[in-house]
Design a protein. Structure first.
Length: 213
């Protein structure tokens, strides 16, 4: 245990916590003249405070508060990082969703968005085996609902001509990136179509469900 030696030499400079943590046997606590006088008056009236124990408790409390603050900072940094962090597949899907929304907002015709919505409807059951980028973005693979998908004839799902082929170049080269990116793209574009149909329905008093794909 660290013993704390009191010295009544002013001014009060506090304690060197680094010295405590380094395991030094004693630490000098400097008291101001006014505080020393107050302690003496208490002692004269029969109140002899254990200044060493009091100082130790104060130091322990301060150290614990500082450690808790540091731990809190680390926790906040961790929470902030976890909120922003994404796995590789999550990042690929986010990339695809952003691309799909941008295409829907800036380029696509309503008929093209409806085409993508039909592809998106099938995609959860579709095993993508490859992508072609010429003359349009084309997904080829198999319907997973077949009894033996590998034995079935490959199917091809084409995306509209206005979908930029450059968006899918990385998906072409990296199979692990491919499926998540495609899923994100289809979902992002279809989500924008849903919002657009709802807005169109409000403007024309037509139920969006009555606007056929």
């Amino acid at each position: 245990m660290i013993s704390i030696t009191l010295s009544c030499r002013p001014p009060f400079h506090g304690c060197d916590l680094s010295a405590i943590l380094a395991g030094m046997p004693s630490v000098g606590v400097y008291l101001s003249d006014s505080l020393r006088a107050r302690l003496q008056r208490l002692k004269d009236r029969g109140v002899d405070l254990n200044t060493s124990a009091i100082s130790q408790r104060a130091l322990e409390s301060t150290v614990e508060a500082s450690e808790a603050a540091l731990d809190g900072d680390r926790l906040r940094r961790m929470v902030h990082r976890l909120k922003a962090a994404r796995s590789a597949s999550e990042q690929a899907e986010a990339d695809g969703a952003a691309a799909g929304r941008a295409w829907a907002e800036d380029v696509a015709a309503l008929s093209e968005l409806k085409e993508v919505a039909k592809v998106e409807e099938r995609f959860p059951y579709f095993y993508v085996r490859g992508i072609n980028l010429e003359p349009v973005v084309e997904l080829w693979g198999y319907d997973g609902r077949e009894d033996d998908p590998d034995a079935a004839e490959p199917e091809r799902l084409e995306l509209p001509e206005s979908v930029p082929r450059a968006l899918f170049e990385r998906a072409l080269e990296e199979p692990r990136y491919r499926d998540s990116f495609i899923s994100g793209f289809l979902g992002g574009a279809t989500g924008m179509l849903t919002l657009a149909l709802e807005a169109m329905g409000r403007e024309t008093d037509v139920d969006p469900d009555d606007i056929a794909f």
